[in-house]
Every structure is written in C-alpha cells, then in structure tokens.
Design a binder for this molecule. Structure first.
Ligand SMILES: [Zn+2]
Length: 455
C-alpha cells in the first residue's frame, strides 16, 4: 500500500532592499580622527576611551573585550556587537558571525577608520531605531578589532615596534615570496598571535572576514600568494558583480593580480587556513594629499555601503543545502538537494542514522553548485532504513579545503512515510518538500530575500 507523503517546513521569506541601500549622510557617523601631518589619526589612548564609552552606554549591544596586548602592552580592543539579550536568533538558530579587523599597518589610518565606522554605524543605527541595524544585530554577531597595531599607529609607522610587517607574519605560506619584513617566524609578533588566537577561540564559524587597510582604491579577495582564482571564485565573483552593479564601482580583484604577489597575509590565512570568505578593503591614499581631508568621509561612506551589503547578506556566503525530495525505491535512493547559498560545496553526503545516532548508511560524496540544485542517485540496501531513523546532510560550507563542516538534520519536523507491502515488508521510502515546487517556480535568485526561519 502506498501512503501519500506530506511534510511542512516552516519557512518565511522576507524581501529586503539590501543591495540597493544607499549611503544616508544622516546615519553615517564621521570618523573623529584629527588631522596630523596631512592625514587623519586617532591615538590608541583616544580609541580606548571611545570604545569604553560605547560599552558603558550601550551594554545591550556592545561587549568590549581585549584580544591580548601589543608588544608594548597596549590592549587590542575587540568591539563585539549583537543584541546580547538573545543568545540566538528569534527562531532559535545560531547567529551568523562576522569578523573585522583594522590597523595592521600603523600608518594606514583610513583602514582603522573604516573598522571604527563599521562598529559605530550599527551602534548609532540601533539607538536610532534603524531597521537594518536592528535586524543585523538581532541575527548576527559582529566582532571588530579596530586597531591591531597600536604601537605602530601611535608613532605613525607601517611596522610594529619590532619593525615587522604584521600583514606578512601569518601562518599561511609565510615568507615564501619576495616580501617586506615578515618577522622571525609565523606569528612571532604579539599582535598577529593574539589576532589568530582570538579567531580560533571565538569566530571559527565566521562566514565573512574583512581586514581593512589603506593604499589604493580596491577590494581584494584571495589569493595574494597565487595568481590563480581561489576555489570559491564563484562566491567572490557574485559579490564583485553585485557590488559593481549597484553599490560601488570600486575594483574587486584577487590580491595577487589586483595589487601584487604577497604571502603570509591575514586575508590568505583567513581563507586558506580558516576557510572564511575574506576581503582586504583598501581605501585610497588621499590621506597623503595635503588638504584632502574633506573627501575622506565620502570615500569611507562608499566603502561602508559595501560593508553593509556584505554584513546584511552574510547568511548567503556559504553553501545552504535543503532537501527537496528523497525517495528509496527498488534499491535506488534518489536525492534532490537545493543550495540556497552563494557558495558551492564539493563534499556533500547524505547520512542515515538510527535512533541511537549511529550512522547506518552514508552516500558517496557529491557537489552542489551555488544557487543551484542537484539530483543524485545511489544504490542502496533499503532494509537498512526504518521508521525510527533520521537523515542528515554532511557538507562543507565552501569549496576551500579549510571550510567548516556542517552536519544538519534533514528537517526533523518532517513526517516520513514508508511504502509498505501488505505483509509489512518495506518496499520503499518517500520524502517530499512541498516548498520545492515554489522554489523551482521562483528560481533561486536569492540575493534580495532573506530566509529568517530556514536555518
Ligand atoms: Zn596595509
């Protein structure tokens, strides 16, 4: 006897005007740095007062911690922003995580300024009741280390106090290219070691890492080490094309080609070792032109528009697999999976667990491209499957080897119906997601919608 299959997924789609959001001068705070020697500057002491004020005045959303100390003992402040009254999103799922740092190079004040602005924009927006800022802080954690090199910052130099280029000191192909002063070994410096330790302790699950510098008007993605495009080129190109189509015409390139070959950078480390989608934001060098201060906030505001887009849409910067249908019949299991994320995944598998959580069957690996669906079939012994078990999808969030693995239960609210012969012998299994029809009709052009209740 065949039994019809019925299952309901709770999923709400809300349209957000993300990519179209434009800079609103009434909402973008001004960088408070003081002009010094033809560029703007904020001392570590001034920053320390400022971020402590933020924490004191906004304890609902600002959690201030130190990631460690510089070589000269200055705290490396991390401003952690979220609606801390809620540990999770309203639907109970985990918040997305964003990591930002600024000021690797002590004389690149606009990179530090942009990190400062990235915190201040959301603090002001939250206090002003801005819908975008509230939504971002309810659904995400932003971890922002504003000034990584306070010793170099305060004496206006690129290097840290040991004359090391901190952005060549990371443990990713360290000192394997013609480079500036990379230090005596990877992570030889207190600042980079503290940054890596913070990342490892608090943001390993980040789906966005932006590191902020000053030099030329460009945004860079991996690799710096190689001229080839990175494994997740699809994700980086989608972001590039969306930004350039509607937000800013700032050039967006892989770092090796867009700037020059480099190695041991935090960007390549964040992608190659941690598996994050990473970007280096460079603001142009107008700061070195006397009398050009008046343009700085406009330049920063344009990059803030890009940052807001990246942050607001962080949900999409990974693979997001959802089962559309699953059927077992005549010794064949057929699986139809859709990917709502903008990143592809290469190593997905379907697992079947018994009630005790033991894996009784796992498929071979298969890939699902970004914003696409895949149908795969496997030969199975269908006696393995019972009414008691659960199905899980196991996959990496991105193609890069270092990407985090996720193991997600195929919606536990689904009712499973088995196809049984009259004597109770199991003939097959069917599972169908009714929303699959809707998705196939609307397609998966998802950048303008957010699925609040589907993760
Ligand atoms: Zn720099």
């Amino acid at each position: 006897m065949r039994v019809a299959v019925g299952l309901v997924v709770c999923m709400m789609l809300a349209v957000i005007p993300s990519a179209a959001a434009q800079y609103d001068p009434t909402q973008t705070p001004m960088w408070p740095g003081e002009p010094v020697d033809s560029h703007v500057h904020m001392t570590w002491a001034a920053l320390t007062l400022e971020v402590n004020d933020w924490a004191d005045e906004n304890s609902d959303i600002v959690d201030l911690v130190s990631a460690g100390k510089s070589e000269l003992g200055r705290d490396l402040w991390v401003v952690r922003l979220s609606d801390w009254s809620m540990e999770t999103k309203a639907n109970g799922s985990s918040k997305e995580i964003v990591y930002i740092d600024g000021g690797h190079h002590g004389n690149e004040y606009l990179g530090t300024a942009l990190a400062w602005l990235s915190a201040k924009w959301y603090i002001n927006g939250w206090n002003d009741g801005n819908e975008e800022a509230i939504s971002v802080l309810q659904n995400n954690e932003l971890h922002i280390l504003i000034m990584l090199n306070p010793d170099g910052n305060d004496i206006d130099t690129r290097w840290n106090i040991n004359q090391v280029d901190l952005n060549r000191n990371y443990d990713h192909y360290w000192n394997t290219c013609p480079t500036t002063q990379p230090g005596s070994s990877a992570f030889s410096e207190a600042e980079t070691a503290a940054n890596a330790a913070y990342i490892d302790a608090h943001v390993t699950d980040a789906d966005l890492y932006v590191t902020m510098h000053t030099g030329v008007w460009i945004i860079l993605y991996p690799w710096g080490k190689w001229p080839e495009q990175p494994p997740d080129w699809e994700l980086f190109w989608t972001i590039r094309d969306t930004v350039n189509a509607g937000i800013s015409d700032i050039p967006i390139q892989n770092a090796n080609q867009g700037l020059y070959p480099n190695c041991g950078t935090s960007r390549d480390y964040g992608y190659g070792q941690m598996g994050f989608p990473t970007f280096t934001f460079e603001t142009d060098d107008e700061q070195f032109v006397p009398g050009s201060f008046e343009n700085i906030n406009d330049r920063l505001a344009e990059e803030m528009d890009v940052m807001r887009y990246l942050i607001e849409n962080v949900w999409y910067w990974r693979a997001r697999l959802v089962v559309q249908s699953l059927a077992v019949e005549e010794g064949t299991l057929t699986l139809d999976v859709i990917n709502h994320g903008q990143a592809s995944t290469a190593n997905a598998s379907l697992e079947y667990h018994n009630a005790a959580g033991e894996v009784l069957w796992a498929s071979s690996l298969f890939g699902v491209n970004a914003t696409n669906s895949t149908t795969v079939s496997f030969d199975v012994d269908q006696n393995v499957f019972t009414t008691e078990g659960k199905w899980n999808l196991n996959y990496q969030k991105r193609v890069i080897n270092a990407a985090t693995w996720v193991n997600e239960t195929v919606d536990s609210n689904l009712t499973v119906n088995f196809i049984e012969a009259e004597e109770g012998f199991l003939l097959g299994f069917g599972l169908f997601n009714p929303l699959a029809v809707i998705f196939s009709m609307i397609g998966v052009s998802v950048l303008t919608r957010r699925e609040e209740d589907n993760d």
